[in-house]
Design a protein around this ligand. Sequence first.
Ligand code: SF4
Length: 83
Amino acid sequence: MREIGWAARGACRTSDPELFFPPAQSDEHEARAKAVCERCPVLQECRAYAVRAAEPEGIWGGLTVRERRGLRFSGDRRRAAAS
Ligand code: SF4
């Protein structure tokens, strides 16, 4: 599914891409995609990549765009507080 080294081991590699990039917001799609991510051996790599790259769409590492933005924002605030 995704052209990044670790992605070859992703649990989603044989899934329908629309499950992870649905054409419209759908709680059912989101839950089904997250269920695949839960059993993925590269969840942490995928999540770290997507947060770092600010992937603008889709479910990556078991997180939605909004959830990833929240992680990035909280990380930015922690770094700002430490400096
Ligand atoms: S964590 Fe989810 S989106 Fe990422 S590679 Fe695994 S199954 Fe695919």
